[in-house]
Design a binder for this molecule. Structure first.
Ligand code: ZN
Length: 90
């Protein structure tokens, strides 16, 4: 069954939609997509249109890494703020 909605050539997040891949047993079209980082994957067109899938996963990994960095910075600032106090001596 061909896809109801042609998404070929669309750019969503970091992904560029390529050729139609297949329909699953519920009739959901899946597409071959290429991520800006070079990875290729097959994703559900509905997830693409809803913005659920914006990258191959690299975007999520980068966001996690960035928030970890922020957290570590916050912890360092807190440690520095408490340095020399009773709390900081522990
Ligand atoms: Zn990627």
């Amino acid at each position: 069954m061909p896809p109801m909605i042609d998404m070929e050539g669309q750019k969503i997040g970091r992904l560029t939609v390529g050729e139609f891949a297949h329909c699953n047993r519920f009739g959901g079209a899946h597409w071959n997509v290429t991520c800006a980082c070079g990875n290729t994957l097959v994703v559900n067109g509905r997830d693409l249109r809803r913005g659920h899938t914006l990258s191959c996963g690299c975007l999520f990994r980068e966001m996690m890494a960035a928030s970890m960095k922020r957290l570590q910075r916050k912890q360092r600032l807190l440690r520095e703020a408490f340095r020399g106090t009773e709390l900081g001596s522990k």
